[in-house]
Design a protein around this ligand. Structure first.
Ligand SMILES: O=C(O)C(=O)C[C@]1(C(=O)O)C=C[C@@H](O)C=C1
Length: 359
């Protein structure tokens, strides 16, 4: 075949491509109208019977050279794209979505502490509130280090029912008193919708833990109060599920929601969970909510906290959460992974010195 002949055939293909494009675009416009009718009628967009009829008719009309199976595959692809078009057109824009709100959500906490703004935030404290003495010691160390938000678990959802379950409301009171004494804000996990209201006097931020990420009654209850909420990603939650959980809170009126990546369960055994760093830029892209990273629970090991915190900040995290205990060896929970005060100071100094922690 001469070059001239090849060029001629190709130019005919170009014309056909344009005709096909015009036809599939015309088809897509009709599909969109059908989608709008279906939306109004409340009927499902996917109609397998209709698809089957169309495919059977096309196969009967097919004179080749494409085989029956190729015709089916090609048209199924067109139906799939049409269905996607109908679904995206009518997908409810989520309140958590960047599409709904372009600007970052900035959460203003008492004492001019800001999450999601120009400065990074360090949230530190013991896994569990164990005693007044332990909590006050941590509060003093954190204040000295320049930390403003102290975490401490009072209701502990533990894997085993025989493990320390936390001090409950007494723990929240101890946390509040120690925090007030040292000018800190408090964050603690609430596990029962009935505890949301009573916790409001003790916590500046309500934490919803990984195991409760899809406890919808708890999410709804947290959505009904005027208190910032830190929502942890579930143990095996996709980012879509995570954002939908946040949507539960926002849809009830509480717009002060922060997300925290805490590692997901994978086959890897050398860390407690797998820190999903990619979640940080994706969540920041998909949502306007602040994103933090819990380096302690994701890694479960002290020796890699510094690089992981730096990686989180480099990926765009608004803050870091880390566990600190006066004497980790005797801690009633997470003994192996909490930092002592010296270790925490080194950790915080190095993270700040990296230039990634915005002050
Ligand atoms: O005919 C319909 O009901 C449509 O919604 C259109 C269409 C198509 O692309 O042809 C799209 C999706 C359905 O699964 C079936 C068919």
């Amino acid at each position: 075949m001469s070059n001239a002949e090849l060029e001629q055939l190709r130019s005919r293909l170009d014309e056909i491509n344009s005709e096909l494009l015009a036809l599939i675009s015309e088809r897509a416009a009709i599909v969109r109208d059908i989608g709008a009718v279906k939306e109004k009628q409340g009927v499902p967009k996917f109609d397998p019977e209709r698809e089957k009829k169309m495919l059977d008719k096309l196969v009967a009309e097919n004179k080749g050279p494409f085989t029956e199976s190729t015709i089916r595959t090609l048209f199924k692809q067109i139906f799939k794209a049409s269905l996607d078009l109908q679904s995206t057109e009518h997908k409810k824009s989520l309140l958590v979505s960047r599409k709904t709100r372009k600007e970052d959500t900035v959460i203003l906490l008492p004492g001019d502490v800001v999450v999601g703004g120009s400065a990074s935030v360090m949230v530190a404290g013991p896994c569990s509130i164990e005693s007044e003495q332990q909590t006050r010691a941590v509060a003093a160390a954190l204040q000295k280090a320049g930390v403003r938000v102290m975490r401490g678990g009072a209701f502990k959802p533990r894997t085993s029912p025989y493990d320390f379950q936390g001090l409950g409301m007494d723990g929240l009171r101890i946390l509040r008193e120690a925090a007030d004494e040292y000018g800190l804000l408090t964050i603690s996990e609430i596990v029962d919708p009935a505890h949301i209201e009573p916790s409001l006097d003790y916590v500046d931020i309500i934490q919803i833990g990984a195991r409760n990420m899809q406890n919808f009654e708890l999410l709804k209850a947290a959505g009904e109060v005027n208190k910032p909420v830190l929502l942890k990603r579930g143990l095996a939650a996709t980012m879509e599920e995570f954002l939908h959980a946040a949507e539960y809170i926002m849809s009830r009126g509480n717009t002060q929601v922060m997300l925290i990546e805490r590692g997901i369960r994978t086959y890897e055994k050398w860390t407690r969970n797998t820190l999903d760093i990619s979640a940080v830029p994706i969540l920041k892209q998909e949502s306007h909510l602040p994103v933090l990273v819990d380096v302690t629970h994701s890694t479960g090991r002290k020796d890699i906290l510094i690089p992981c915190a730096k990686a989180a900040l480099a990926a765009g995290a608004d803050g870091i959460m880390v566990e600190v205990h006066p004497d980790p060896a005797t801690a009633l929970s997470d003994a192996a992974q909490q930092l002592n005060f010296d270790e925490f100071n080194t950790f915080f100094d190095e993270v700040k010195a990296s230039g990634l922690y915005r002050q």
